[in-house]
Design a protein. Sequence first.
Lengths: 180, 391
Amino acid sequence: MFHFSNIVRTKGDPKIVESGPSLKRPEDQLARALGWFSIGLGVVEFFAPRRVTETLGMEGHETLVRAFGVREILSGIMSLSVDKNAGLWARVGGDGLDAAALLSGLTSDNPRKGNIALALLMVGGIAMLDYRAAQDTKPRRPPRDARRKLYPNRSGFPKGIESARSKARQIPSHAAAGQS
Amino acid sequence: MKALVWHGKEDIRCDTVTDPEIQDPRDAIIKVTSCAICGSDLHLFHNFIPGMLPGDIMGHETMGEVVEVGSGVDGKLKKGDRIVVPFTIICGECDQCKRGNFSVCETTNRKRHLADKVFGHATAGLFGYTHLTGGYPGGQAEYLRVPFADATHIKVPAGIPDEQLLFLSDIFPTGWQAAVQCDITPTDTVAIWGCGPVGQMAIRSAILLGANQVIAIDCLPERLSMAEAGGATTINFETESVLERLKELTDGRGPEKCIDCVGMESHVISSLPDTLLDRAKQLVMVESDRPHVLREMIYVCRPGGIISVPGVYSGFSDMLPMGAFMNKGLTMRTGQTHVNRWTEDLLRRIEDGEIDPSFVITHTVPLEQGPEMYQVFRDKRDSCVKVVLKP
């Protein structure tokens, strides 16, 4: 990618000779893949709900499919953002909703129940990936009750705060300070 | 040479890159001795600032030794000089530079056609920042080309450690300008949101400029303890109501002066529903900034007061209470820092021992560890407040 961006650099600007290791972990790549998958699926559900319901033998549920499409797109966008963990947990929750909706269509009179079983299998597989990615991308911020170093001795005033305050009291016009 | 290079969202790598070359007679090249990670680098790390490209070198807090000068530097710099590099690149000759408005220098943004379209008018070129500000390679590297080097430098004496001088490049003058913009008088209460490195400098600056009371607002114990050490009364917004505490500390009047050292990525917590809404809108790209602090400042500021905004905002902010802002007769002052307007005075204060900005450094590591330190700094791990990198 950086080879293309070099087009906008001038001749003497530094250019990459050898790239160092990336901060991206495999779980970050998985989150990214799931995010794009979510957006792709969401677009299909939103723009072609009839195709989806016909495939599953669940005609009449187009509005629900469209709503699921919006949910997929939003959780996909979140999975691609810096808040990917929240996006992935939203996807895990969405997988549950998908499974519940599919199970409601798994009736003996549905001629496409084979497709529903296949879809349930896929949802199960994807849910495992979502769960794994959500677990592995937990924010690495220290918990609120973690012990933290405190800095009570770092005033920044080598002569003490009182000295700084008293010197400030001698300034005739504070607004003019700094304009030498 | 080694340099920290932006490859995409949350992906900064320590790459081997070609050495910088003199491109213009007014250029100089420095061997970097110290550089730092700035809070605004995190906005780039998160890809919240538009106009970054893979291959861009990060960093705008840099100092070092001059190793090469162009023929047009006119004797203002020579090999061996020790300089701090201001993050704003300035020509020193245009109308804005002559007025001291260095951060809106009319000459140095080499991609002004982009900035003109986005901001209406181009601002100065900045090191290691977006292509909207020129796309100049930054100083988290072993060497740095300094364009317009005859004007873009702060000469510093030998004998003072890098750690005391490095922050003249950005956070110290940024905190100082934020306080100066408040026109502080001896009876003023100054409230400062955000106790990161710029907030810490703003606290010390407000003290040095004679504020009666300085109140610092954050939620991280280590940052609040550092703020308290610098003379501030602190409010932890996760455990206390900012509005009530500010009222209590100002006898119900509200602070006369408010400083936003947080900017576009304000904390998102469920007890503040506007922050949740901002984050949701930011995700679907209908809002670029999370301006909770601006809203709160406008609400709590004493009528007739001043709001100073050194925190970085990138684009569009929703639901600012302009009714309160207008009816209370508030004044807002903001902008990237006019670094060279302040550095002569600030260097003198460091030399006189009035202030030692190195108090803010919590981590010093080799440049190669820079990528990991971006994560540590972002996640506030290991009580990290400020990271200095040594190439």
